[in-house]
Design a protein around this ligand. Structure first.
Ligand SMILES: [Zn+2]
Length: 493
């Protein structure tokens, strides 16, 4: 069986001031046809899984372009069309093929394209015809649309948040698409809109129970796959929202009724728990007060409003400034995206003390820069951080560990990326065990790497691009007939 695999992914925060152009992909994850290294990258799960299964399933794997950009604002038309057309060219050259397996995000928006994935999958379908099986993995923070679903045979969302199951879901995709091509299974979709938009952490209740429910549904007769698309509130597009997607095997009796009942069960559970998926979000001072009240081990505080993984600048100074004003030490904060300050730290050299202006550059959502006298404690060229999947490495660029006041440490990077693993700090020699407080720029992915070293995990509600007060966002296209915009909706049917 000939399998074509490619990826085109970014999560577009339509409210973010940071443009996403061709360089955002070329300097992000970018592997032209046939050049992807052996290690999996975040959105190349289907390619990686197909290679792992190649001998067992008799697959000949052909790699098209794999391109992914750090989440930012709307993708330029040129960037989207160039990358899309490259994938279509790669596919044309690989034909004839049996399967097309894509690693997509599902919330990519470009100038003139509210739904890039529907456009891309639709063009792939036109090119390969109705008999070739098209499957894709999606990030659960996707805008699941009818058009995407109808263009593909099978879409599978990652189930966990943090997204630690990217490879598992990709392996399911490979196995199920091979079975579909052999007509051993005929997947058909049922999608139900929960009439909610929410963020669901699966590391604690009730999000953990949603995970268990999806897995239980997949064990039922006639069910092929069950996904919960959480949605992405910071993408202003018509398909935004939390939705259930269940595939049934059309060859099995009563499977469609079972899938409809299962999707209904998922959206009812979402509706029931809609007000309790979020953790308690604390004001900056309340988060620091709680951290100070805990005596043992480091307390890890999430600054999700400045999470670059959701399109924020990663250079907001609100949490940092408060840390300094309160002289809260020993403490560490990172990553703070500031390539200019990194360059100055390198020029000053290890051990040097200098005056630096830190952060506050990307937009007014970053706050004012912070002026401080700093000591350079560590420097690393092309620093790398571990990712959420074994073997995955993330490029931080040249990075600097600074002590900006007595016992207050900041980790500067010259790439914009979120905190996923403590080796972001420890890789430069910044020991975290002795810290009272560690502030991370990440909404939830940090949890996989940082929870094991934390005595407590707290979530702060600082100002920033990913504000939690969705009513502050100037939506134009999203369907807001959903909770929390409408409080009195009937539970969806
Ligand atoms: Zn996500």
């Amino acid at each position: 069986m000939r399998v074509f695999c490619a990826s085109l992914a970014t999560e577009t925060n339509t409210f973010s001031p940071i443009p996403t152009g061709l360089d955002s992909f070329r300097n992000g994850i970018y592997h032209p046809a046939g050049t992807h290294p052996d290690a999996m990258s975040f959105f190349s799960g289907p390619l990686h899984a197909a290679k792992l299964r190649a001998d067992e399933l008799g697959l000949e794997v052909l790699q098209g372009l794999v391109a992914a950009a750090q989440p930012s604002g709307t993708v330029t038309r040129t960037a989207y069309e160039t990358l899309r057309d490259q994938i279509l060219t790669d596919l044309r050259e690989a034909m004839p093929i049996d399967l097309v397996l894509m690693g997509l995000h599902g919330a990519m928006t470009a100038e003139g394209y509210d739904d890039c994935e529907a456009d891309l999958l639709g063009r792939i379908r036109t090119l390969v015809g109705p008999d070739v099986v098209i499957g894709a993995t999606l990030d659960p923070h996707c805008h699941l649309s009818d058009e995407m679903i109808s263009a593909a045979d099978l879409l599978i969302c990652w189930k966990h948040y943090p997204h630690t199951d990217a490879l598992e879901r990709a392996q399911e995709l490979v196995d199920l698409c091979v079975k579909t091509r052999k007509r051993q299974v005929v997947p058909k979709p049922v999608m139900i809109d929960a009439k909610v938009i929410t963020v669901i952490h699966t590391t604690r209740e009730p999000g953990a129970s949603m995970l268990a429910l999806l897995e239980q549904i997949e064990s039922r007769p006639g069910i092929v796959s069950a996904s919960l698309a959480h949605g992405f509130p910071w993408g202003d597009v018509p398909a935004m929202g939390t939705k259930a997607l269940v595939y049934f095997d059309a060859q099995q009796a009563h499977a469609e009724e079972a899938a409809r009942a299962a999707a209904d069960e998922i959206v009812r559970a979402v509706w029931t728990h809609r007000k309790s998926f979020n953790p308690p979000y604390l004001s900056m001072d309340a988060a620091y007060d709680q951290a100070l009240a805990i005596t043992e081990g480091p307390v890890v505080i999430s600054d999700g409003a400045d999470n670059p993984g959701g399109g924020a600048g990663c250079d907001a100074t609100f949490m940092l400034r408060r840390l300094v004003e309160r002289r809260l030490a020993p403490s560490a904060l990172g990553p703070l995206y500031d390539p200019g300050a990194v360059t100055m730290a390198f020029n000053a050299g290890l051990g040097a003390t200098l005056t630096l202006r830190l952060g506050g550059k990307i937009s007014r959502m970053s706050g004012d820069p912070l002026d401080a006298q700093v000591t350079v404690r560590g420097l690393a060229r092309e620093h790398m951080m571990s990712g959420m999947v074994d073997g995955m490495r993330m490029r931080c660029g040249d990075s600097a560990w600074l002590e900006i006041a007595s016992g207050i440490h900041v980790l500067l990077t010259s790439e914009r990326l979120q905190a996923l693993h403590p080796d972001l700090f420890t890789g430069l020699g910044c020991d975290l065990d002795s810290m009272r407080v560690i502030v991370v720029k990440s909404s939830q992915h940090f949890h996989a790497g940082f929870a094991p070293i934390a005595s407590r995990v707290l979530y702060a509600d600082a100002p920033g691009t990913l504000t939690l007060d969705l009513r502050q966002l100037d939506y134009k296209k999203a369907d807001l007939q959903r909770w929390p915009f409408v409080e009195t909706l009937q539970a969806p049917r």
